[in-house]
Write a protein that binds this ligand. Structure first.
Ligand SMILES: [Zn+2]
Length: 380
């Protein structure tokens, strides 16, 4: 394992330069002509660095996802990354790629182009150091994660099903770079209320207010929050009505739901989907679902984390920490199919924020941690 650590320590400069190349190719999820470029660049880079192969997986609405493969074996280990970012085209003008005080700034550095660089170098180190694993490594690089992985989800789950372990290169958490061993499930619901309009001054008795109904439903929804169980239901956006003297015909709410356990997911989803109006003249349409199930910290996940933490202590000289988070990732989809470790990507701060950056000297270390995990799980 020491050889892996040394090999990657020497690659810090190269890693920064690849990170720069990736950041300079802007890749917002909703611009397929841009993410396609990013995908093409990464596929070629993968071949160049590892001598592996890749396939493009078509997506109906976004650009192709990339499934890259290295090594041989009946079974496989899966690395999950995404190359789309939340940053629109042109962001680089105000938020250029730059290195300051040992940190690399720019759109997508932390979430998660740095993670992709670390994954590519981890696989390259295994190849260059002639590490022969008894499993192949599959690297998924997808184009729509920031949108909830609508078209990559099925591909990722199919690969997870065939994998002995899944490593997700989302950013780590906090200044110590903690891994993420639990994530909340995430859902969105769109609620539209159809009432009956009427002149509020002349014929108020003929109307049925969609706004009044929505007000009652907001209270009902907010009361589903149970912080002790890790459940929160937030009515984040509302609108409705057309004029102050008209009884509102329509009102609308967008609701965000977070759950910590499958049990809570089932309970809350049912209570939202079965909402009934208080007035027979009012109809309620509900669209949406809990689209990312919770990632619960199972014994298998604990074992994976313990192994990572031993490797970090023995070969890299640091104590690895673990945390849970309310944010979702592709790990939410894979965890029920194969033991999953998330947050193995960059160490830094500011995902989706102006000050997004990663800590340069951590890149070789985190890349080595992944390479050692692959080596370890690929030899038993
Ligand atoms: Zn991400």
């Amino acid at each position: 394992m020491d050889d892996i650590v040394r090999y990657l320590q020497d690659k810090e400069g190269e890693m920064v330069s690849l990170l720069r190349d990736l950041v300079l190719i802007e890749s917002p999820s909703s611009e397929p002509h841009l993410t396609e470029k990013m995908g093409n660049y990464l596929s070629e880079k993968f071949i160049e660095m590892t001598g592996g192969t890749f396939t493009k997986l078509p997506s109906d609405d976004y650009s192709s996802h990339i499934r890259a493969e290295w090594g041989e074996g009946e079974r496989q280990l899966l690395i999950v990354t995404h190359f789309d970012t939340v940053w629109p085209e042109g962001t680089l003008e105000d938020m250029p790629f730059e290195i300051k005080d040992g940190k690399a700034y720019g759109p997508g550095t932390f979430d998660m182009k740095g993670g992709i660089v670390q994954a590519l170098y981890a696989i390259q180190s295994l190849k260059d150091l002639n590490k022969h694993l008894n499993k192949k490594i599959v690297l998924m690089m997808t184009s729509d994660e920031e949108l909830g992985s609508p078209t990559s989800k099925d591909y990722i789950m199919a690969e997870a099903e065939k994998s002995d372990a899944v490593f997700v290169l989302e950013p780590s958490q906090g200044s110590q770079g903690a891994l993420k061993t639990a994530r909340k499930g995430v859902g969105t619901y769109d609620i539209t209320i159809h009432g009956v309009s009427s002149h509020a001054g002349i014929e108020p008795e003929k109307g049925a207010s969609a706004i009044e109904e929505l007000a009652e439903q907001i209270t009902y929804l907010s009361n589903l929050t149970d912080l002790d169980k890790g459940t929160s239901v937030n009515v984040g956006i509302i609108d409705g009505g057309s004029s102050k003297n008209v009884i509102a015909e329509e009102a609308h709410a967008v609701v965000d739901v977070r759950v910590q356990t499958q049990e809570e997911m089932d309970r809350v989803a049912l209570l939202i989907e079965q909402i009934k109006s208080h007035d027979e003249d009012i109809e309620i349409d509900i669209e949406g679902e809990i689209y990312r199930p919770p990632l619960e910290r199972t014994d298998e996940i604990e074992a994976l984390f313990d192994r990572a933490s031993d490797l970090a202590r023995d070969y890299l000289g640091f104590e690895l920490e673990e945390e849970s988070t309310g944010g979702g990732s592709d790990a939410n989809f894979t965890a029920s199919l194969s033991p999953t470790l998330d947050g193995l990507g960059a160490v830094g701060d500011g995902a989706h924020a102006q000050h997004e950056h990663l800590v340069v000297k951590e890149m070789p270390k985190r890349s080595a941690l992944l390479a050692m995990l692959l080596c370890d799980y690929g030899s038993n």
